[in-house]
Design a protein. Structure first.
Length: 318
């Protein structure tokens, strides 16, 4: 077992089975004598529902995911070369919408229906994969633990608009015919031409700062989410241990209940035998009493009968 195959197996299971599967894989790695691999596996985080849904797409809709990522690569290339995006944005929108629907269907079939928030996170992750090559690779691998997003209007790797666009913007004033001389009062035109650029620079700087602030906040929220996931995983492990103890205790209770039921049955059988013996004893005692009474009555009758006494006296004389 290597890390890649273990991670593929782990992120392919249902979120509810993640912790138990991670524990099993880590134990297998330790049994194989690879403590470092066991530690790496143990450090893998449980995916959120939306991240799991994207991982599910990478496995069950790989061709559609590949098509979306190809469109994203074309979009980044077009932006870098200064070409227009053309119909790439429309193609991306259609592919993202189709994949979001597929994710919802696959998740529901697996017993984990996506709510509105998770659906939005799936869409944000797919959108981010088209403008950020790193996110695209994460989505392709299918091992996401958290959803991804991209803030700002510029694809990852491009801090500003392509240079040729800026050069094109600067070239427009030079296209004016040379005979159109500005009036004397407009001699300061070069400075006025520079003003839009000076204004644009602060605006672009504001956009960059805003994007940086959003990215920082997103990173902070991501870290908080990871911490929450770690706590959740820890509590799930404790819950799993408690459930195992409960099952073991239940098994012991079941065994003891069986033993108790058997003892009760034996006690009841013995009680019935005792009752029958007591009844038989009572009948025997009654029969003995009746026999004694009959014998006593017979003796009394014999004593009252004079004829029964003569043979006895004759026998005594002889």
């Amino acid at each position: 077992m290597d890390f890649s195959s273990a991670a593929d197996d782990l992120y392919g299971v249902l979120p509810a089975d993640f912790v138990e599967t991670r524990k099993r894989l880590a134990q297998e790695a330790r049994k194989e004598g690879d403590a470092a691999l066991a530690k790496r596996i143990g450090a893998l985080r449980r995916p959120t529902l939306s991240a799991w849904a994207v991982n599910l797409l990478a496995r069950s809709a790989a061709d559609e995911i590949a098509g979306l990522l190809d469109v994203g690569e074309e979009m980044r290339a077009a932006w870098g070369s200064g070409r227009g995006l053309g119909d790439l944005e429309r193609r991306r929108a259609g592919l993202v919408a189709a994949l979001v629907r597929t994710a919802g269907r696959l998740a529901a079939d697996a017993g984990n229906a996506l709510r509105e928030q998770a659906v939005r996170e799936v869409e944000d992750t797919l959108q981010a994969a088209t403008v950020d090559a790193a996110v695209a690779e994460e989505v392709r691998e299918g091992r996401l633990s958290q959803p991804r997003s991209h803030s700002g209007f510029v694809p990852a790797g491009f801090s500003t608009a392509p240079a040729d666009r800026q050069e094109g913007a600067k070239a427009k004033p030079a296209d004016r015919p040379a005979r159109q001389k500005p009036p004397p009062e407009k001699k300061a035109e070069p400075e006025s031409k520079a003003e839009p650029q000076k204004k644009a620079e602060p605006e672009r700087s504001n956009v960059t700062r805003t994007s940086a602030a959003r990215a920082k906040r997103a990173e902070t929220l991501r870290k908080r989410a990871e911490q929450a996931e770690d706590k959740l995983a820890e509590r799930e492990e404790r819950a799993d241990a408690a459930r195992r103890e409960a099952r073991e205790a239940s098994a012991r209770v079941g065994h003891l209940r069986h033993e108790l039921e058997r003892a009760i049955a034996e006690r009841d059988a013995a009680s019935r035998r005792a009752d029958r013996a007591e009844e038989n004893r009572a009948r025997a005692e009654e029969a003995a009493r009746e026999a004694r009474e009959a014998a006593a009555e017979a003796r009394r009758a014999a004593d009252r009968d004079p004829h029964s006494a003569r043979p006895a006296s004759k026998a005594g004389r002889g």
